[in-house]
Design a protein around this ligand. Structure first.
Ligand SMILES: NC(=O)NC(NC(N)=O)C(=O)[O-]
Ligand SMILES: [Zn+2]
Ligand SMILES: [Zn+2]
Length: 494
């Protein structure tokens, strides 16, 4: 395939993010892998073989371009098979490529069937064939009574981890779990770690409990609060719903010691301290936050614009600032999209962009997969945060979470030659109609963002150039953890 042509390819740039720094370098690539990182003025004749440039700003002039490892987005709801009118592998991986994202990890819902057993996993893998524009990893789902599916989904299905909800997910086929269900799953995960030589994978949780949300919602409805007012929705999902859930997960993780757990899409800044204290005690727990919680704030959500609805909710500006503090002090090490698109009617909106939706009835999920790099860079630029953090937070953090960091993440010898080339000083106004996503409605429409993607490279192959309206190379692969690839059990490949 495209990765065995044995030709030496070179990327030479003045501003390459490498090893926590940004400097002029030449990157040597062969068969889809980074095999050398040399000085900008390296004498390529030393290679003693033909080579070609993928990108070289020595002649063209740098024009401020920055090069970093391709983004890894470990929290994407692709929703295929089944709900392909919401998204699908073709549109999701095309949007990813246009956004400099070279790896995505698909959540076990809102596809139908949900990925909660080996058979459904095979259906999912079948549905991926001939569609992948970037590399894709899969997560399984933990629901009541399916813990007997865990080992097979890892050892033969190659899932990178599991996800479960502590309250209803919004999808009937994917019910929430209680402590008993979690412990049953944990027992299987421990066995994977001990009996199957460390074939352990990450266990992720949607961390909100239901009671505080029910109480708040009932009170708001008794008070006749306006459901089209974002404030009403925000009050219906108080931080304590996250704080209690996270405390439960920390206790379960402490009890089970060797199974690593992860809090997805942390929004409550009040939970940062308990997560940090647990991490400092050596509890194998981590947390992510999302592009949305680090860019948007509740004060700015327009009346009735349910495109801004997610669960947990986008909270106040002050909460956003505290999440940024947690990024900078290393409590939160990764930022993901939690791309959760749906059709516009499920948002209680019409396609006219003027309509007003009911936040309490609308689907919870914000669509942002294609915009992560400019969303986060714009915030970093405004907050004076050095640009090399992008590689740590948007590439290395997510790839470490799902055990892919031997191949995916920041630029490094031995890793896949995945890169994004972008201009951090150039801005654009988000035009939702130009997004490659299937449902072209965005909470970010009209925003001025800095960081224009010029080129995306997947394993040494250019898959996107600025201005491309479709991604024609279909060279994405399904990703399985390296220690499982050569397992005696037959891994099913897509
Ligand atoms: N079923 C979903 O897609 N849910 C997602 N929805 C959000 N975040 O609003 C999520 O991650 O919980
Ligand atoms: Zn969730
Ligand atoms: Zn999600």
């Amino acid at each position: 395939d495209e990765n065995h042509d044995n030709i030496i390819k070179i990327i030479r740039g003045k501003n390459i993010i490498y090893n926590g720094d940004i400097k002029p370098l030449s990157i040597i690539i062969r068969n889809g892998k980074t095999i050398g990182i040399k000085d900008y003025f390296y004498n390529f004749k030393k290679l003693k073989e033909n080579y070609e440039f993928i990108y070289d700003d020595f002649k063209s002039g740098n024009k401020g371009m920055v090069i970093m490892g391709g983004l890894v987005d470990s929290h994407v709801h692709v929703n295929e098979p089944g709900r392909t009118e919401w998204e699908g592998f073709e549109s999701a991986t095309s949007a990813a490529a246009a956004g400099g994202v070279t790896t995505i990890v698909d959540m076990p819902l809102n596809s139908s069937p949900v990925t909660t057993n080996f058979k459904n996993l095979q259906d999912k893998i079948e549905s991926m064939k001939g569609k992948l524009r970037v590399d894709v990893g899969l997560l399984g789902g933990i629901i009541p009574g399916n813990s007997n599916e865990i080992k097979k989904m890892v050892l033969q299905g190659g899932v990178l981890g599991f996800k479960s909800f502590l309250l209803p997910s919004g999808i009937d086929e994917f019910p929430s779990v209680n402590e008993t269900d979690i412990q049953e799953a944990m027992n299987q995960m421990k066995s994977l770690k001990i009996e199957h030589d460390k074939s352990d994978v990450i266990m992720m949780f949607h961390a909100e409990v239901e009671d505080p949300i029910k109480e708040a919602t009932d009170r708001l409805q008794r008070e006749n609060a306006d459901p089209k007012l974002y404030e009403t929705y925000l009050e219906s999902r108080p931080k304590i719903a996250e704080n209690i859930a996270i405390n439960k997960i920390i206790e379960i993780t402490k009890l089970n010691k060797i199974v690593s757990t992860h809090i997805v899409h942390l929004s409550s800044s009040e939970a940062i301290k308990q997560i940090r204290d647990a991490m400092d005690e050596g509890v194998p727990i981590s947390a992510e936050t999302t592009y949305n919680y680090l860019y948007l704030n509740s004060e700015s959500v327009p009346y009735g614009n349910t495109l801004f609805k997610s669960a947990p909710p986008v909270r106040e500006q002050q909460n956003q600032d505290l999440l940024w503090d947690a990024m900078i002090n290393g409590t939160i090490k990764l930022i993901v999209s939690d791309h959760s698109p749906c059709t516009i009617d499920l948002k209680q909106l019409k396609a006219d962009n003027q309509s007003i939706g009911d936040f309490l009835k609308a689907w919870g999920g914000i669509s942002s997969l294609e915009l992560g790099l400019p969303i986060i860079w714009t915030q970093c630029k405004n907050r004076g945060i050095p640009i090399y953090h992008l590689s740590q937070w948007l590439s290395d953090g997510p790839s470490k979470l799902v055990g892919l960091n031997d191949r995916k993440g920041s630029i490094e010898i031995g890793r896949d030659a995945d890169f994004v080339i972008f201009n951090p000083n150039e801005s654009f106004i988000v035009d939702e109609k130009k997004l490659l996503l299937k449902n072209k409605f965005s909470a970010y429409n009209g925003q001025q963002l800095f960081g224009v993607v010029y080129k995306t490279i997947l394993r040494g192959n250019t898959i996107f150039n600025k201005g491309d309206e479709k991604i024609s190379k279909i060279i994405g692969k399904r990703l399985i953890k390296s220690n499982l690839i050569n397992k005696r059990d037959s891994i099913i490949h897509c």
